[in-house]
Design a protein around this ligand. Structure first.
Ligand code: NAI
Ligand code: MG
Length: 358
């Protein structure tokens, strides 16, 4: 079956890991009889340099017509001093909003071989396997006004949500929990924030429709603590945009590296976007040593969620697990007596493992 995939390599290590993604997809396509047609478009800093905007119209048009979108990462020191409308992050926020990608799914699963790669004790993280469901198009990052006033000496940011925006992400989280261990932790700050009070009310209303899912409410500060002291208590965590941003970076330490964490951003009916949870890693860009695994796990999520290619997704995930079990690791991960490889070598090892499966 033909699938049209828009590639948004972006900046820094983005293009390096997108190359790994297309190589793996070509192999998987060949194996399973699919044709993946790639259309590369610009976003972020590289789009600013070429077109003077972080989100060119042709990028939006291409994404809207695609079957799925794969994004590398955006941003870098080159554009840090730009005015806010000319910052790479604007491109990312813009595409999320334009495609109405309200549901950000971030699975966090430790690999046995990488237990020692985390600064946390192995016994704490060994059974961690959780999914963070983060609201992605509302809250503080999008609310207006967001500005300085009083001659620049006062500031305001606005945390705004509608009931509908909360309901759809909470439904998504309940449905995700039904497919997993049927436990949902709703994270909020309901002891202080009005938005969190409505959020909690909606979770309480919704849970009637999902009687098989056990629900708990945890305040975000306590959740931050529990995530690294007892992560195995969590199955699905659902939370608003900024809390989810922070908690998902925190959760990355469970896996040993940000380079291991994939994500899917889904719309109600439109196209899905898949990207690693990490950024453009300017400190290692161009060196060819980036860990491609977060990107490749994102590719597996694309195959599963956008195309319902479950078997194809599983083949990639199993190949990655096998390579890690065999000791392969990139420089961001410490593995005792492991085989340190660069981006290309890791990708080749994963492709070899894919080719071995029947
Ligand atoms: P970052 O995630 O790019 O890097 C943090 C650290 O993790 C760095 O030491 C980096 O080398 C390492 N790292 C990240 N991904 C890696 C990989 N695949 N393999 C090996 N090492 C990896 O976050 P940072 O440094 O805070 O931000 C850098 C730039 O990325 C900024 O401009 C930021 O705005 C942008 N950013 C973009 C995101 C996106 O495109 N979704 C998300 C987060 C940050
Ligand atoms: Mg973040």
């Amino acid at each position: 079956m033909d699938k049209n995939i828009v590639l948004l390599p972006g900046d820094g290590i983005g293009p390096e890991i997108i190359d790994a993604a297309t190589e793996v997809l070509q192999v998987v396509g060949k194996k399973f009889g699919h044709t993946f047609i790639f259309d590369s478009q610009t976003i972020g800093g590289s789009a600013i340099d070429l077109y003077g905007t972080p989100l060119p119209d042709q990028t939006v048009t291409a994404c809207n017509q695609a079957d799925a979108v794969l994004l590398g990462a955006v941003g870098g020191p080159k554009w840090d001093q730009n005015p806010s409308h000319l910052r790479p992050e604007r491109g990312l926020l813009g595409i999320r909003k334009t495609l109405d990608l309200y549901a950000n799914l971030r699975p966090v699963k430790g690999f046995k071989k990488l237990l020692s790669a985390s600064p946390l004790k192995a016994e704490i993280i060994k059974d961690s396997d959780l999914l963070i469901v983060r609201e992605l198009t509302g809250g503080l990052y999008f609310g207006t006004p967001s500005e300085r006033y009083d001659n620049g000496n006062s500031v305001v940011d606005t945390l705004r949500y509608t009931r509908n925006e909360m309901e759809r992400i909470i439904d998504k989280a309940f449905q995700s929990a039904q497919l997993r261990k049927k436990k949902l932790t709703s994270v909020d700050k309901a002891n202080v924030l009005e938005s969190s009070k409505l959020w909690r009310e909606i979770v309480e209303e919704k849970k009637v429709a999902y009687p098989d899912v056990a629900v708990e409410h945890v305040l975000v500060d306590a959740a931050a603590m529990k995530l690294i002291t007892n992560p195995s208590q969590f199955d699905v965590i659902v939370t608003e945009n900024m809390f989810g941003d922070i908690l998902s970076d925190e959760a990355s330490v469970l896996t040993g590296s940000l380079g291991m964490l994939p994500s899917a951003s889904l719309a109600e009916n439109g196209v899905g976007l898949y990207e690693p949870a990490h950024g453009s890693a300017p400190d290692i860009a161009g060196l060819g040593i980036a860990n491609p695994i977060a990107m490749l796990l994102s590719v597996a999520m694309m195959l599963r969620y956008s195309f319902s290619f479950e078997q194809e997704a599983a083949v990639i995930e199993e190949a990655i697990e096998q390579c890690i079990d065999n000791g392969y690791h990139t420089a961001d991960l410490h593995v005792e007596n492991g085989i340190k490889v660069n981006t290309k070598e890791m990708t080749e090892a994963i492709i070899a493992a894919i080719n071995q499966t029947v």
